[in-house]
Design a protein around this ligand. Sequence first.
Ligand code: IVH
Length: 669
Amino acid sequence: MSDKNLKKHHAHLCKQINQHNYQYYVLDDPLISDAEYDRLMRELEKLEQEHPELATLDSPTQRVGAAPHKDFPEVIHTIPMLSLANAFDEDEMRAFDKRVRDKLGLDVIEYAAESKLDGLAITLIYKNGKLIKGATRGDGFSGEDVTSNVRTIRAIPLMLRDEYPDVVEIRGEVYLSKQGFHELNVSRKLNHEKLFANPRNAAAGSLRQLDPAITAKRPLRFYGYSVVVHAGGDYPDTQTGILKQIKQWGLPVTPDVRAVKNIEGCFKYYQEMSQKRARLAYEIDGVVFKVNSLEQQEKLGYVSRAPRWAIAYKFPAEETTTRIKSIEVQVGRTGALTPVAKLEPVFVGGVTVTNATLHNEDEIHRKDVRSGDEVVIRRAGDVIPEVVRVVRKKRRKGSRPFSMPKSCPVCGSDIERTEGEAIIRCPAGLFCSAQRIQAIIHFASRRAMDIEGLGDKLVEQLVENNLIETVADIYDLSKEQLSSLERIGHKSAANLINALEKSKQTTLSRFIYALGIREVGEATARNLAEHFASLGEIRKATPEQLEQIIDIGPVVAQHIARFFEAQHNNEVIDKLLSAGISWPQETGAASAKPLKGKSFVVTGTLESMTRDQVKERLQSLGAKVSGSVSAKTDYVVIGSNPGSKADKASQLGITTLDEDELIRLINTD
Ligand code: IVH
């Protein structure tokens, strides 16, 4: 074959394969068998082996890319990835619909009805039609760059079809079908690997694999549900239109979409999908309704981190019956004693459940739950399974009511019950090994210090073998100490030492969150880090000063102040700091500064803000604002009557934002 013919033949094969992917994943209408598809792939592979110059990055053979890298780089989402408000019953749906109608002053609303699969949100960026980036949602402001793994998902085209703007950003869900999940777990079982608890975890675990070759073997699927409107594009004006557009670009979209009218239309769709659910090839945990008109969406806007124009109407939790083998009392991080039912394993809501929470003593007595009882248990989404009620008819003779222990089952301290609270606690704090273990697990967790490999079991082992006592001790661990433990090889010990070292570079808000102060979650930690310039300031803060911060009331302020008063805590913090834990000083919490390191130029007039206000806000989020556009500029904000800066931005191919995009970017909470 001549060079020209070779090229042509190659292009033809690529086109055929891409078309078959489209038929299969997008249109759900395969034209050829799997065997024929494989034959085409093999032919293409052979051709490229003989003529490697043909194997360009956009060839269907090149989905599995380069060698594994060490880590996933951070990606800042130009427009935050939001989540959805939930409704669990008809009243909550009616309230949502009423808010929409009142705010728009309309009686009739058209909604786009979609199904909601339980997977993992990702965003895909195409430049000039080519897939250049895939990123996870992360905390909504920044996620992980998983491009090389996303490229292995065959439902995601490497090149868009049809016509497209220069930059296209599509958001959607990566998921596994019921069968895909089942097969994956079967093969893991055969290989003696840990089973995934549910399809969502399996999808997340697969996408966060460092080796794309492994991701490629997982049967991951994708569907799109929204497009981020970037300047310079011409987009449809309804959600259903947007979904059609995504499909035309060659990506699958959320299944069973249709436009419905008013709340009655929503209820009808919900009923239909509830019935169809069991027959679907994938798990759905509810349906989503979105105001169909994008213009109306814009009028409705956002509250906190969710749009006012959309809602997820969740299916009720699944229930089943099983027997309680025993009732155990567990001690949590804050000393709270929680009774837990150990169950005969039972499959419910897509996973095998062996434990269910009984909440607290009052709950147990109210439901009169006893060891040996047959019980109804319920599991919804990610929520911990719970015991709903006892099947009284099946109660065994001689069973006795359960009573909570008077002393801590772990350290033996006398327990306390605060007046008016249902929870009883072990007051021993970090002297109780259960609380120590939980505190360390929390410290190492992904959203805290993110120490990969330091999981629950290992922490238990370390504490039980007296290798560590407080969180600060983990940084003293040596490779030898670690590999002396059961089930830890040299390799994992070395990996853990690296992970520990890596975790030392953190942010102030992560560090505060990691300390596990009562009632201080991620949001409060972020507020603290943003409000006070340094850890020193936070340590000195009085309850009155702390109450100045949004969302911090007198109780939380007391918890924080008391935490930093305790000598023991101060010793631990000092030890952590001298172990080398640090964060960028000048910026406080990097997570509260999602635009750190980004440079902006603003041109033209904005309607809702002055130039100075924009500048101040951008700077408070960590961005640099400069007066002239250069190759180093990351974003140019374009208002009305922009000057030559807008032209310069387009010449240099710099991302531009209009006022709405800017507002969504800077309204981070
Ligand atoms: S729209 C601003 N549509 O559910 C609205 N989300 O609970 C953003 N999800 O993070 C989401 N199916 O990962 C939308 N048809 C659908 C969806 C969907 C599943 C996920 C998505 C989101 C989460 C929110």
